[in-house]
Design a protein around this ligand. Structure first.
Ligand code: URA
Length: 200
């Protein structure tokens, strides 16, 4: 079994905090295991707990739309959460739950080794920049260790406040240029560049 599969299995069977007692399914995450872009949300909700997959409810529908708006699909990126088990009634994660779950997210980040991490909402932003306001930070890429963090509002915010929909879409629209910058242009563009250079 690969190291990654081993981690997924550990998450699915985790009993490190009391959220494990009420869950239907733990939600490790999904997507490309070598993704350059990783999305980190807050924690599973009703639908995610039911299906064992991240962002499959209404917030997930909007995330799918956002990805599509920049020509990406869920398979191109990795999507996970701060918490791998659903808090009761979707309440905010507790500090002890975040602490208990931290080694899983850290191991995922280590194994996937993304170049850009998009934080969705204040809890995942707080992992990297504790105590700062997401309202001020959103939409502006920031260096953190050897990564670029791109803070965004949580997609669910647009479901509660439809005016945030355009804000989130506009922030998302900055992601392709950021990714090109950090990750490099897509392979075809690099080849075309190399071809041009070879003509001289
Ligand atoms: N909200 C989250 O933060 N994560 C999910 O997986 C679904 C909704």
């Amino acid at each position: 079994m690969s190291q990654f599969d081993d981690l997924v299995q550990k998450i699915r069977g985790c009993t490190l905090c009391s959220l494990s007692e009420k869950r239907t399914n733990a939600v490790p995450g999904e997507g490309a295991r070598d993704a350059d872009i990783m999305f980190i949300g807050e924690g599973p909700g009703f639908y995610e707990d039911r299906d064992g997959r991240p962002f499959v409810g209404p917030a997930g529908q909007f995330l799918n739309e956002l990805l599509l708006s920049i020509g990406l699909s869920r398979e191109d990126v990795y999507i996970t959460n701060m918490l791998k088990c659903r808090p009761p009634n979707n309440r905010d994660p507790l500090p002890g739950e975040i602490d208990a779950c931290r080694p899983y997210l850290d191991a995922q980040m280590e194994m996937i080794s993304p170049k850009v991490v998009v934080t969705l909402g204040r809890f995942s932003f707080g992992k990297f920049f504790p105590g700062e306001s997401i309202g001020k930070a959103r939409g502006k890429p920031r260096p953190w260790k050897n990564l670029t963090i791109f803070p965004m509002y949580h997609p669910a915010a647009a479901l509660h406040n439809p005016r945030l929909r355009d804000v989130i879409l506009a922030d998302f629209a900055k992601l392709p240029a950021l990714a090109d910058d950090v990750i490099g242009a897509p392979e075809e563009a690099q080849e075309a560049k190399a071809e041009q250079l070879s003509m001289f």
